[in-house]
Design a protein around this ligand. Structure first.
Ligand code: PMP
Length: 364
């Protein structure tokens, strides 16, 4: 084992003015404003992980021949820190993000950041920038760890020999400030996101780069989000652009929660795995299995599928109201947010904001 990483702290902090911070926190939106600091650490074949720092937020300078700019070895994570009723700040299942970050690194032939270093980096940044954690309604501090290759070389026949880990943070406002609104989704048959043996299960930058053309097509069709299908038959539902999908079969005490199984080409969402566990605790039948677009349409029309929702760190739980594809469209239930969807949303945000007990010890 290498030495634990110790983060050196800046001696020249450059905090934003209290006025600027107050203005941002009054209406943070998502992903456009950043806190005073960032964390970085470097990796090289000779030294392993080293040079870990907490520094003022600043641009990264890269040589034009840096490998990430050409061959795209870049992975990231996304999680949130929330104000708790006792005044502390806690994040939701950060060890799960640490573990997925290592899995993404393995798939992209990048070095794995040890869990302790990942968690320490979060603690360093959140404690330095604790004043940037918003406290209004369902707001939070979004944390964005990422890693890029930094070797200066155009050689394409091997992974890079050096890497930069960086953590930045961005205050995030309530996603649904004016109430939870169902989305309309587009079934993408022309484009695929990920294929068997590919990078779909990794939080790899290129997956997102490849998705924008379909997202634009969805917008042209009046839809909010793309639903990705399997690459081979384009029939099995996989996930959405930044969220996993759940289907509610039946209702009341007989409700069943179904989500597409992890095929290797969809992202194993942490919200997804948490909802499967919560569903079990609530006494619901939960199933991870293949579900096709034909089954979705048929059972939405027959009323067997009563609710559909998407889930992920950013929007927590988003109801799906309507589904469109090139030859048709259909509605889920009456198109309004379902009862179980809203109940699970209350349970999950209750744990995250410390309003409800946390039986699994998910908050850190
Ligand atoms: N699928 C994709 C493609 C995503 O980018 C995300 C966001 N990380 C998710 C699903 C949901 O994952 P999580 O619940 O861990 O945020």
């Amino acid at each position: 084992m290498s030495q634990p990483l110790v983060f050196s702290r800046t001696e020249n902090p450059k905090p934003a003015s209290a006025e600027h911070r107050a203005k941002v926190l009054a209406d943070p939106g998502f992903g456009n404003h950043f806190t005073d600091h960032m964390v970085t650490a470097r990796w090289s074949a000779e030294q392993g992980w080293h040079d870990a720092r907490l520094e003022p937020y600043h641009p990264i300078e890269l040589d034009p021949a840096t490998t990430v700019l050409h061959y795209g070895q870049a992975i990231f994570e996304g999680l949130k820190a929330y104000h708790q009723p006792d005044g502390s700040i806690a994040s939701f299942r950060p060890s799960a993000n640490a573990s997925r970050f290592r899995a993404s690194a393995r798939r992209l032939a990048m070095p794995e950041l040890p869990e302790e270093a990942f968690l320490d980096s979060l603690r360093e940044l959140v404690s330095a920038d604790s004043q940037w954690v918003p406290s209004e309604g369902e707001s939070s501090l979004y944390l964005r760890p990422f890693m890029i290759s930094t070797e200066r070389s155009l050689g394409v026949n091997r992974p890079a020999g050096s890497y930069l880990y960086t953590l930045i943070a961005s205050p995030a406002g309530s996603y649904f400030a004016s109430g939870v609104k169902p989305v309309t989704v587009w079934l993408s048959r022309e484009y695929v996101r990920a294929s068997p043996g590919g990078t779909g299960a990794a939080k790899f930058a290129g997956n997102y780069a490849a998705s924008f053309v379909a997202q634009r097509q969805a917008a042209e069709q009046g839809c909010d989000q793309v639903v990705w299908l399997d690459a081979v038959e384009r029939r099995a539902v996989e996930e959405m652009g930044g969220m996993n999908l759940f289907f509610v079969f039946g209702s009341g005490a007989d409700a069943r929660l179904v989500t597409p199984e992890l095929t290797g080409s969809l992202l194993p969402g942490i919200t997804r795995s948490s909802l499967l566990r919560m569903g079990e605790r609530l006494g619901l039948a939960v199933e991870e299995r293949r579900i096709t677009t034909d089954e979705w349409e048929e059972k939405a029309l027959s009323g067997e599928i009563t609710e559909v929702f998407a889930c992920g760190t950013a929007a927590v739980i988003t109801p799906v109201g309507r589904v469109k594809y090139s030859e048709g469209e259909f509605t889920i239930g009456d198109g309004t947010p379902g009862e179980l969807t809203m109940r699970l949303r209350e349970e999950l945000t209750g744990i995250q904001y410390g309003r409800l007990p946390d039986p699994e010890g998910w908050m850190t």
